[in-house]
Every structure is written in C-alpha cells, then in structure tokens.
Design a binder for this molecule. Structure first.
Ligand code: COA
Ligand code: AMP
Length: 628
C-alpha cells in the first residue's frame, strides 16, 4: 500500500487499522475492544488488553533469539566509557532494579521520580518501573530545584532515583544538592532517595532517607513482569504550558507500545537488529520514545550518548559514534547540527569518519531551517528528514514515512501527516483554512494510539487546553499551513511556549518568576531568533516608580532564572524599558515585539494603546540587541 492509501485507511477506519497493527505486539491478553471512551469521554485504545511494556522491550527478545544481541550501548565521551548491554544483560539488570523497587515498597501505580544524567541506569530505572507497573516521571537534569519540587508535589512519588552528578562537557554538576533542595521545598515528602554514586563526584548520603544504588540493588530478588492494563499509565512527563504549573503528560502502556513499534519501520525504516541513535536526553520525550522504548520494542540496538555534538571532544563526535557503532538512523535536533556546522563548517572532522552505515538522519524539536538542511544534506549525501511532534503525542504527527514510501523532501516542511493523524488547519473561527493559508494546526479526534489520554491530576485542564477550544479537534498550539501536495509547514507556536535548543519552555512561567523581583513593575518575555539555538528568551522589564537601574537588576533576574528554572532555559538578556506596548484592553503586544526583535515586518495593531511605544521598543532593540 502507498503512503496515501495507508493514511486514508487509518483515517476512515481507525479501529480496523490499529486492530491489525496491535497484533504486532505480544499481549498477555489481546484486546477485544479497540477504541472506546473513558469516564471523561476521552478516546482510549485497547482498553481490555493486558501487556507489560518492559516484557515487550526486553524479555520478549531474550525469548525470541535476541538474547545476545546488543540492546543498549552507553557511549560517554565525557567519562571515556563505552559499555554495551545485551538484551539478556539489560533484562537481568532491569529485573533486579525492579525487585529492589518492590522491596522498597514500590508497587503498581506508584510514582518514581527520576532525576538522572545520561547514564544507562536512567533507562534501566525507567524499564524497571514499567516491569512492576510503577509510573516513572523523569525530570530533565538541567532543571533547577524549584522545578523538581513542583513535579514532586504534582506526581507525589514514593521514590526518587538520582545520581551524585551530571557532567556538562568538563564541568561536574552536583545533582544531590538540587534534589535535597527540591525535597525540602516540596510539600509532598518522599521518604527514600536512591543515589547512583558516580566516580566523578561522590556525594554525602543522609542515613535514614538516602541509599546508594549499590546498596539498593544488593541481593534484590529479580522481579517478574506484571501484566498491566493497556490504559494504565506508563509514565508522566512534565512539559511547559503557558503558566508556571507544568503539565503532566500521561502516556499509557498499550497505545504507546503499538504506535512506537509501528513507527520504527513505517517512519524510520529500521529493522530488528539495526542500530538506532536518538541523540537527545532521557529527560525529554524524544529520549523516552526513541532512546528507551521504541528501539527496544523493535528489537534494535539503541545508543545512549552522554555527550554534546561539539566539545566532547570535538565537532566530529556524532560522526565518530555513527562509525563506531554502525548507526543506521540518527535522530537529533537541528540545533545540534547547527553547533557542528558552526564549529566545523567545511566538515573537516566529518572527513575522518566512515559513516557508510547511515541510512538517514531525522530531525525534530524545532523546524529544520533550510540552510541547516542543505548543509547537512550536502555533507552526508543521505536523506535528511524533518519531522514534527510534541510531548503530548509521543511520536511524530507529520513526517516522511520512509519505511512505507519515501516521498520527495521539501525543505522547510516536515512532510505529510503520519498515518493515524488527521491534520487540519483551522482559522480562529473554527473554519477549515484553504490550501496554503496559515492557521492553527489541529488534529481531528480520536488521536491515534500513543498520544496522551489525560494530564496527571488534571483532566479538566486536558479538556480546556487541548480538546474543547475547537470541538472534535486536538489543538496542537502550533501554527502553519498545508500546501497543494498535502505537505505541512509548521511555522511555530501560537501560544507562550518557546523552543530553546529543541527544548520547550514557557515564557509565561518566566514572566511569573521575573514579576516576583522586588524592583519589577511589569514584564514580558518573548522568544527571539537565535542562529544556534533556534530561539532564546528575551525579557523586557519595566521598573517600579522610583527605582533606577544600576545594571544589577538584569543580572539578578538572570540568576533567578538559573536558580529557579535552570541554566538550560538560557535566559540571558534582560532589557529595561520605560513602558510596554499594549492594546487598549491591556494585552501586551508580545508577537509584535517578537517581529521587531527578529527584524521582520509587522503591522501596527489597530487596537494599540499608543503606537509611539513600538518605535521606542524598536530603538531599544536596535541599541541593546546589536550590542550583544
Ligand atoms: N544538566 C545540567 N545542566 C545542563 C544540562 C543538564 N543535563 N543540560 C544543559 N545544561 C546547562 C548547560 O551546562 C548550560 O549551562 P551554562 O549556561 O552554565 O553554560 C546551559 O544549561 C545551556 O545548555 P545547552 O543548551 O546545552 O547549551 P550549550 O551552549 O552548552 O550547547 C548545543 C549548545 C546546541 C550544543 C546544545 O544545546 C545541544 O546539544 N542541543 C541539542 C539538544 C537536543 O538534543 N534536543 C533534543 C530534542 S530532539
Ligand atoms: P516538545 O513537546 O518539547 O517536543 O516540543 C514540541 C514543540 O516543538 C512543537 O509544538 C513545535 O513547536 C516544536 N517542534 C518540534 N518538532 C518540530 C518540527 N519538526 N518542526 C517545527 N516545530 C517543531
């Protein structure tokens, strides 16, 4: 079947389509009910199926001829380590950690918060949770204590698993003090914290509440796989919304396993036994889906890379990993390749390696800008595939489905709707836009398997934010258009979310933080273009009457953002303005300011309170942004 035929059948008869795909995984109890509604009226997949995701990812392969194949290769240039785990070894380690968790009292439905660097134990912990039906909530290691505390209070975990440190190129980042601070800030108290002591930095452990990883797993009885319902949660992954309260995206077991396994062949065109490398972090959705779960569900070898695209040790790092492990498909963010391009524009490092194993490169996290696309395509002379997805969906919404039919690439577009996703463009009036017209990108319900069925503890917010604005559709929060060939062009967020180096942050959250500074009367944070990171935040502040800026306020705000959100948010530019441009009803004109900062044309809104302010802002940006 061609791509279009498959897509059509997945839209006209999703139940038959996904019932057939579901036969591709080894259920403990195959589902009879394919699509149904839960008590909130949300569509759910495979409700009466029983399975275990860790079984499918590990034991199934051990029992079916892959026991001695490499399942996971931990490659860490910053610690000079390469360690390979066969499927049997990984299954055994996971079973022991699962047993240790159970011995600690963690059971079905309990939450485990994971705050770890890119070490194999992070993936092992996630799979161990899946094995006993516990729900993991991984928090990206670059987040500060306050962010961790918010997640502890929302997920109310019974256990935290962390490490003594992360390593950022050549700097040791102590994780334990961050966790200690988070634990003291949170209302929910977590009694036990497991700490992986890394030789690069050993931390102190509190006698009653901390336990080292070694002690934790010592003599732990291996745990068997617990059958769970397809609709039981596998994990909660927090993502930025428009406020300081992050959204706990819930992923359930059944749809996730079916969709991810399907995606490995249909989208990435890999077979069992192939080496697949998602150069991301387990703290983000790409890491969950394509470092840990999908490659293992598909019987591939996955690479867990603890390093950067440049500086560990140089801009040849990615090519070295591809050569050394014979990577067939690499998946990363455009920003990573921009970093390589910036350091090694002529590909001098690239020339030193044999990347003939590589079939294609997939990019996501932000739109692939055509200059990066062309640079990479010319260098590699292999397909470069941009694909668009979100934490909420867990797999891509728009992609070139290379395992079904490799369609021509259009630079600037992430190609066509993935099988299962009925993508439409709506105007704010809810009417479908014509071909080529920009509007809100929405997906007609039901969402396919793998997409989030709810937000943790907040079924109402799920409906209000995503499902009820355009009834019958899921609102993605991205704007864009579909061209005459059905290619989707994603133009960027329509809300207060920005993407910094492929990582998602809320400008609303940054504003809430900055507004708490004692000297700030009001503020606005906008995402502006950055040649390396795609977007970076820019804060505009108006000081309270009588306060003069002696140059320290901006520095204090930058420090606040590093302390409370994390350095990874990259809030480094704070500009003091006399006043902010607003509509007559008091809404700050953030989009217009963004256009000005990016040097784009803009129309002066008819609702503006005082047009002169825009000119003031333009002059301010000319002066301050050019001088950076
Ligand atoms: N733990 C602690 N701190 C972290 C961290 C982590 N896991 N990850 C990043 N940080 C810190 C960095 O040390 C840096 O701190 P600094 O301001 O004190 O120097 C800050 O957060 C910003 O980090 P980063 O975004 O990594 O910027 P960089 O300038 O060091 O590197 C890139 C730039 C492009 C190389 C890097 O952003 C990158 O590799 N991006 C790829 C992103 C990616 O894979 N996205 C996945 C989506 S698919
Ligand atoms: P996250 O949930 O962190 O994966 O971020 C999802 C957001 O990243 C999307 O809503 C988009 O704004 C952006 N994004 C991800 N991939 C792409 C892409 N290929 N093209 C354009 N935007 C993208």
């Amino acid at each position: 079947m061609t791509y279009r035929e498959q897509h059509q059948s997945s839209i006209t008869d999703p139940e038959t389509f996904w019932a057939e795909k579901a036969t591709d995984i080894a259920w403990f109890n195959s589902p009879k009910t394919i699509l149904s509604k839960d008590e909130h009226g949300v569509s759910r997949w495979f409700a009466d199926g029983l399975l275990n995701t860790a079984y499918l990812a590990l034991d199934y392969h051990v029992d079916n001829g892959r026991a001695e194949q490499a399942a996971l290769i931990y490659d860490s240039p910053i610690t000079s380590t390469v360690k390979s785990y066969t499927y049997r070894e990984l299954r055994d380690e996971v079973a022991i950690v699962a047993g240790a968790m159970r011995r600690q009292g963690v059971g079905l439905g309990d939450r485990v918060l994971v705050y770890m660097p890119m070490v194999a134990e992070a993936a092992i912990t996630m799979l161990a949770c899946a094995r006993i039906g516990a729900i993991h909530s991984v928090v990206f290691g670059g987040f500060a204590a306050k962010e961790v505390a918010t997640r502890i209070d929302d997920a109310t975990p019974s256990l935290i698993v962390t490490a003594s440190c992360g390593i950022e190129t050549d700097r040791v980042i102590e994780y334990k003090p961050i966790i200690d601070r988070a634990r003291s800030m949170s209302t929910h108290k977590v009694e036990q914290c497991v700490v992986l002591q890394r030789p690069q930095h050993l931390c102190e452990l509190a006698t009653n509440t901390d336990i080292s990883w070694q002690e934790f797993i010592e003599n732990a009885p291996p745990a068997a796989c617990v059958p769970v319902k397809a609709t039981d949660p596998l994990y909660i992954l927090y993502t930025s919304g428009t406020t300081g309260q992050p959204k706990g995206v819930v992923r359930d077991h059944g749809g996730h396993a079916v969709a991810l396994k399907y995606s490995m062949k249909a989208i990435y065109n890999v077979e069992p036994g192939d080496v697949y490398w998602a150069a991301s972090d387990v703290g983000w959705v790409v890491g969950h889906s394509y470092i840990v779960y999908a490659p293992l569900l598909a019987g591939c070898t996955t690479i867990l890379y603890e390093g950067k695209p440049v500086g560990t040790p140089d801009a040849g790092a990615f090519w070295r990993v591809i050569e050394q492990h014979k990577v067939k498909v690499i998946f990363s963010a455009p920003t990573a390749f921009r970093a390589i391009k910036k350091t090694d524009p002529d590909g001098e490092h690239f020339k030193k390696y044999d990347v003939s194993s590589l079939q294609s490169t997939f990019l996501a996290g932000e739109r692939t800008d055509p200059p990066t696309y062309h640079w990479l395509a010319d260098l590699l002379e292999k397909p470069i595939i941009d694909h668009w997805w979100q934490t909420e969906t867990g797999w891509s919404i728009v992609a070139n489905m290379t395992g079904i039919e490799h369609l021509p690439v259009k630079p600037g577009s992430s190609s066509v709707p993935v099988v299962g996703f009925d993508v439409k463009i709506l105007g704010t009036d809810g009417q479908t836009k014509k071909t080529g017209e920009v509007g809100e990108i929405v997906i007609k319900q039901p969402l396919p398997p793998g997409c989030f069925p709810t937000l943790w503890n907040d079924a109402d917010r799920y409906q209000q934010t995503y499902m009820s604005i355009y009834p019958g559709y899921y609102l993605t929060g991205d704007g864009g258009y579909i061209d005459e060939d059905g290619y989707v062009f994603v133009m960027g967020r329509t809300d207060d979310v920005i993407n910094v180096a492929g990582h998602r942050f809320s400008t609303g959250e940054m504003e809430e933080l900055i507004a708490s500074h004692v000297s700030v009367a009001e503020c606005a944070v906008i995402g502006i273009n950055d040649s390396l990171k795609g977007q970076i935040p820019l804060a505009l502040i108006v000081l309270k009457d009588g306060i003069t800026d002696d140059g320290t306020i901006g520095t204090e705000i930058v420090q606040m953002a590093r302390r409370d959100i994390g350095a990874v948010a990259c809030l480094r530019t704070v500009i003091t303005a006399e006043r902010l441009p607003k509509t007559r009803s008091g809404k700050i004109l953030r989009k217009t300011m963004r256009n000005i900062a990016d040097g784009e044309s803009y129309t002066v809104p008819s609702t503006i309170d005082d047009p002169v302010i825009l000119e003031e802002i333009r002059q301010l940006f000319d002066e301050k942004l050019v001088s950076q």
